[in-house]
Unconditional design. Structure first.
Length: 135
């Protein structure tokens, strides 16, 4: 009986550390947003965001080309790459095929004209952007 109790206790103690070994999580109190990049497409688990809420973006590239992830106003005609990067609220420069990168961000201003976008090569012009709304 004593051996049985010790074995159960050891099993319980070993299980607690494993429970925290799941996927990546953001800071305490953040809302996780799954973003998937693929060829000329962006999908996200959320597209409407609240002000002053911390969001933890988990950006995964399921495509065969490198992509970037930007939160940015829609692209104006003839913007240079430098101008694009300056107008972005935040961005991850390169997400390689099969890679997942994370980004934590809090929206501080309401906006209805923002989007997630990739501006590598002609990806944006081929449709790689997704409208989002901040309320």
């Amino acid at each position: 009986m004593k051996k049985y109790l010790i074995a159960c206790l050891l099993l319980i103690l070993c299980t607690f550390p494993l429970a925290s070994c799941g996927g990546s999580t953001g800071p305490a109190g953040s809302t996780t947003v799954q973003v998937t990049l693929s060829e000329y497409n962006i999908n996200a688990s959320l597209t409407t965001f609240s002000l002053h809420t911390l969001y933890h973006f988990e950006v995964t590239n399921k495509g065969i080309f490198s992509h970037e992830f930007m939160i940015i106003p829609p692209m104006a005609d003839e913007m240079t790459l430098t101008e694009i990067h300056k107008s972005a609220l935040v961005y991850i420069d390169v997400v390689a095929p099969g890679e997942t990168k994370t980004l934590d961000y809090t929206f501080t201003k309401a906006a209805s004209n923002l989007e997630f976008a990739c501006h590598i090569g002609h990806h944006y012009l081929l449709g790689m952007h997704l409208a989002i709304k901040i309320t």
